[in-house]
Structure formats: structure tokens, C-alpha cells
Design a protein around this ligand. Structure first.
Ligand SMILES: C[S@@+](CC[C@H](N)C(=O)[O-])C[C@H]1O[C@@H](n2cnc3c(N)ncnc32)[C@H](O)[C@@H]1O
Length: 199
């Protein structure tokens, strides 16, 4: 199999996996999903419980990008790989109705679920778009803050994704990203055991 065929196969597996996390989150066994995981990662339980339960059930983040900096009323926030939209909904409340939150995700079922979650939460300043992190459907220098949670490790062209982030950020804009890293002391055997998705 060529390198690009292998990359396409991994991309298809990622989409399939996150479609399942969107549609039937309780069946996910490989990584933590949902409200309890969010609370373990430091999210405020009262803030989460202030949203309808379905808003958190497909949460699949690896940290909390919202604690990395303050979002201000009126700001435009982009969530790269927004999943079912939990971070977007929390961000939408922080930027107030004068601000706007845009979620972009490559998995259609996640985008659909994020729209539904915004609707049941009564949040109207968040919008969700199907899109690839490496080709964002967003204009140059239009975003104040990019947030992202557990997505860059899944992207094959990481430098290309970061170039897109810096294209859409306004001068002085901020990037608040939570992700997983491969440490130097991890052996090739451990990497093989974990699978080929992340590098
Ligand atoms: C681990 S989940 C995290 C979702 C969300 N950020 C959260 O915290 O719940 C990763 C998400 O990134 C999306 N994703 C993965 N690779 C992507 C890419 N290249 N472009 C856009 N979205 C991507 C997946 O569809 C999935 O919804």
C-alpha cells in the first residue's frame, strides 16, 4: 500500500470512529468520552450540567482549551475539529451574543450533532461547518481565537493545519490548543501497540 493510500485509509477510519462517537457514544471503549471524562479533565461540572445532557455525551477531548486563556465578549472563536460542539457551546456563552463561535469538523455526524446541541441549548451564536482542518472554510484574518481539543494529533499534515490556523487568525490572535504528544522515551514497540493514527 502506498503512503497516500495508507493515509486515506487512516482518514476513513478516523471518520468512521467519530461517526460512532457521535451516534452511539456509550459504545466507545478505546478512549474516554462524555461528561465524566470532561469533568476528569477539569471542566466545571455546574457549567456542563447547565447544558442539556446530550451536549456532553459525545465529548471526546483530551484536555480543556478554555482554561488556557480568557475569551472576551464580542470575540470570534474558531474550534478546529469541534466534534459534537461542547467547547463551542461553552465558548459561545463566554463571548456573549455579540461574539460568534465557528466549529469546523470533517465528520458529518459530528457537525449534525453539534447543530442539534446548539439548538437544544438555546445557543444561537455558534455555527458548525463540515470541513478539513488543512483547508478551512474561513476567510483570512477573521478570527480572534482558535481553540482545538484532541485534533492535531489526528491530522496528517500538521504544519499545513498550523499554517491554516495562522492564516485565519487576526494579527494578535491567540491559539489555545489541548492535544496529545508522543514523548521521546516511548519505544517503537509502544508506538506500534498504540496504533498508527498518531505521530
Ligand atoms: C478527539 S475528537 C475531539 C472532538 C472535540 N474537539 C471534543 O473535544 O469533543 C477529534 C475530532 O476531530 C475531527 N477531525 C479529525 N481530523 C480532522 C481533520 N483533519 N479536519 C477536521 N476535523 C478533524 C474528528 O471528526 C473528531 O470530531
Amino acid at each position: 500500500m502506498s503512503k497516500s493510500e495508507s493515509a486515506d485509509r487512516i482518514q476513513a477510519m478516523i471518520e468512521e470512529r467519530f461517526t460512532r462517537v457521535a451516534v452511539s457514544p456509550t459504545t466507545e471503549r478505546t478512549f474516554p468520552v462524555g461528561r465524566e471524562s470532561a469533568i476528569r479533565l477539569g471542566y466545571d461540572a455546574d457549567e456542563i450540567d447547565g447544558l442539556p445532557p446530550q451536549a456532553a455525551e459525545s465529548f471526546a477531548g483530551v484536555g480543556n482549551p478554555l482554561v488556557l486563556g480568557e475569551l472576551r465578549p464580542g470575540e470570534v472563536v474558531l474550534d478546529l475539529g469541534s466534534g459534537a460542539g461542547l467547547d463551542c457551546l461553552l465558548a459561545a456563552r463566554r463571548v456573549s451574543p455579540t461574539g460568534r463561535v465557528i466549529g469546523v469538523d470533517m465528520t458529518g455526524a459530528m457537525v449534525q450533532k453539534a447543530w442539534a446541541n446548539a439548538l437544544v441549548s438555546g445557543i444561537s451564536n455558534a455555527e458548525f461547518h463540515l470541513g478539513e482542518a488543512g483547508h478551512l472554510p474561513i476567510g483570512d484574518a477573521t478570527v480572534d481565537v482558535v481553540i482545538s481539543n484532541g485534533v492535531l494529533n489526528l491530522c496528517r499534515d500538521k504544519l499545513g493545519v498550523l499554517a491554516e490556523v495562522f492564516r485565519v487568525l487576526r494579527p494578535g490572535g491567540r491559539l489555545q490548543m489541548a492535544d496529545i504528544l508522543l514523548r521521546d522515551d516511548v519505544t517503537p514497540e509502544e508506538v506500534a501497540y498504540k496504533g498508527e493514527w498518531s505521530d
